[in-house]
Design a protein around this ligand. Structure first.
Ligand code: KMH
Ligand code: ZN
Length: 282
């Protein structure tokens, strides 16, 4: 696929930042962006460093995860007002969120939303994603012209994706983008073998990014770059920059990813190029 400015999809690297997540507490991780002001400042910094997509989880006034629709709408508007980033809202939320609230996230009209392709053990918890719920998310995103990012926590999730696309058709825009989430306790490990199995099971013409949880962050990033894939980094997934060195900011992780991408001769895509790649409406 040819992007604007003469680039092809494999000439550049899509960098997604996932700055907050739903699992870490502000008390334990003071650098985590949890207010709207902190999130917007993070978004601005990460865009300047090479991110083109932001995967967003929000927090309430007590810094607890929430799917409050008003806050989500305000967040989409605020990030759009300050950056050109593609806004991808999480429909995964936290493991405690009901399906109805997770579906309602789409009413905040983001550019993209996550769509996890199956149930997975998630540490001591279960991240539940029933087939009917996945179908509901996929078809509602088609209706609302929201581009999904299919989250793959295990190999079987890719077979579920093939079934989903076969029965219900391509997502809005016609392009399939998936993200391998590797190293969740209960999901697939962040190994080369698991990566290769996932890559081999991708739908035709799909693009992919990958993120390694915790200590899998660096090996998964380097593997994805080497395999022509894209990157997701951020404090949702990684809180340690190096051995015994806590992450200072999301910008630190984006800067490292962008540096690796440049070294690999696949520099970061800007948001306009990323929109072309992912077939997101202007
Ligand atoms: N917080 C996890 C339970 C997503 O954003 O779609 C789910 C998650 C996936 O983070
Ligand atoms: Zn998430």
């Amino acid at each position: 696929m040819r992007l604007n400015q003469g680039m092809t999809t494999t000439d550049g690297t899509l960098i997604t930042v996932a700055p907050t997540g739903a699992e870490s507490s502000k008390a334990e991780v003071p650098a985590l962006p949890v207010t709207l002001e902190e999130l917007v400042a993070t978004a601005v910094e990460c865009e300047s460093l090479g991110a083109s997509v932001i995967h967003v989880h929000i927090r309430d006034a007590a810094a607890a995860p929430t799917l409050d629709l008003g806050l989500l709408r305000d967040t989409v508007a605020a990030v759009r007002a300050s950056t050109n980033l593609i806004v991808q809202l999480s429909t995964g939320g936290s493991v405690h969120d009901p399906e109805s609230s997770r579906l309602a996230v789409l009413e905040a009209a983001p550019d993209m939303a996550s769509c996890t392709m199956g149930t997975v053990n998630f540490g001591e918890d279960v991240f539940l994603n029933r087939w009917e719920f996945i179908v509901d998310l996929h078809t509602r995103m088609q209706d609302r012209e929201i581009v999904p990012e299919y989250e793959i926590f295990d190999l079987g999730h890719l077979w579920a994706l093939e079934r989903l696309l076969g029965k219900y058709g391509l997502p809005y825009g016609g392009h399939v983008h998936v993200d391998f989430v590797m190293g969740v306790p209960g999901g697939m490990p962040g190994t080369l073998e698991a990566f290769a199995a996932c890559k081999a099971a991708l739908p035709p013409d799909a693009t992919f990014s990958a993120t390694g949880i915790g200590r899998y962050s660096l090996p998964v990033m380097l593997t994805s770059l080497g395999a022509g894939g894209h990157l997701r980094v951020g404090m949702e997934d990684t809180l340690t920059y190096a051995k015994r060195q806590p992450v200072e900011s999301n910008g630190q992780l984006v800067a490292r990813a962008a540096a690796f991408a440049r070294l690999a001769q696949r520099p970061p895509l800007n948001p306009a190029q990323a929109r072309d790649l992912l077939s997101i409406k202007g």
